[in-house]
Design a protein around this ligand. Sequence first.
Ligand SMILES: Cc1cc2nc3c(=O)[nH]c(=O)nc-3n(C[C@H](O)[C@H](O)[C@H](O)COP(=O)(O)OP(=O)(O)OC[C@H]3O[C@@H](n4cnc5c(N)ncnc54)[C@H](O)[C@@H]3O)c2cc1C
Length: 394
Amino acid sequence: MKPDEYDIIIVGGGIHGVGVAQAAAAQGYSVLLLEQSALAAGTSSRSSKLIHGGLRYLESAQFNLVRECLQERSLLLKNAPDLVELKPFYIPIYSETRRPAWQIRAGLSLYSTLGGLSGDTRFKVVPKRHWNQLDGLDQQDLKKVFRYYDAQTDDERLTEAVMRSAQSLGAELEMPAQLIEAQRDNHSYLVRYQKNEQQIECRANLLVNAAGPWVNDVLNKVTHKVSQLAVDLIQGTHIILEGCLNQGIYYMEAPEDKRAVFVMPWKGNIMVGTTESFYHGNPAKVHPLAKEKSYLLQTLGYYFPKYRYHRLQDIIDSFAGLRVLPRTEGTAFSRPRDTIFHTDQADDPRLVTIYGGKLTAYRATAEKLINEFKHVLPDRPAIADTKNLALTSQ
Ligand SMILES: Cc1cc2nc3c(=O)[nH]c(=O)nc-3n(C[C@H](O)[C@H](O)[C@H](O)COP(=O)(O)OP(=O)(O)OC[C@H]3O[C@@H](n4cnc5c(N)ncnc54)[C@H](O)[C@@H]3O)c2cc1C
């Protein structure tokens, strides 16, 4: 029997895979997505769950990334109101805070400008008389508190919603289905995947590798040699504790190393994250380390005295995810967070690998990918525009 043929086959049902499925189906292409376990089973359920421009990326001058993420944030607030919620963020400045108040003010002004100066990118200084409403934030040596707005989501539910949208436009999902081999012949890829006890073959004009931390494992399954980018996997952990934050999200400087750490309300509890440490090994086995949990607990207690005596056993849940960062000099923090599309052949690309990226920018990334590789696909009439597609929680 002839294998089923698709314009595009995508490997990986994280936010990037489902985003590409949605963008491709909207442009009229036939699409199959293969996910080995469950939608958002990898990094896309272990993020900080922020739909944000990334204020901290201003320090490494990644202005285009911040601008794009802020535009995507506006679209998501419009298209997915039950999944993405605008929240106040508070930045407290103490006498020992590394970044002085003038620098934070300058950063917030730039953030607002990059966000088009719209109402939801404005910021203000919280008057001292209101500090006692800030969820028990330590006021000793507190000099100033800034408030600005960014958004929060449920990353897993957002990923599922984008897949539902893709399916409503005709995309197919095979799950659990694991890619086991891909072979290029002329202008297409023959793909073999495992579903239950069965091995199934299908063919694609374009194969998209959206396997997150598994991207290079997927490239190792291609029968001929294809180049790979050297990457580091950076582990980031979050912890969850009983408690509540009524005002919003707090953007803190960890006392140990001055990294940015968020303290956030999460499903009636408090979530704190994240950390950054190199990870080696099987991405499926990543798990929070005791030293990461202690670091996050210490940061929480340092700023919120009522949690000062909490111990590791008070943590009710924790999870770790992996960022994929192309290997360069410098700390993980300072490396560019731009997404890279890496192809098997420059003149006739039939395999595209997505390295890196952000949850927030998934739609823009997916649109760029489809537009960049359209020339190897047959002409199809578009049936929708992802800018206007509603995403619903059911
Ligand atoms: C700690 C942390 C915090 C973050 N916080 C934020 C944030 O607040 N805001 C933000 O915008 N971004 C954030 N990010 C970035 C964002 O979460 C990631 O860029 C995004 O989730 C990556 O999605 P992905 O689809 O590329 O990978 P993944 O979500 O990992 O998906 C890859 C999928 O591929 C599947 N797969 C692998 N191999 C195969 C195979 N052979 N066959 C079939 N399927 C396969 C896996 O099962 C997995 O589901 C954060 C990242 C980390 C690590």
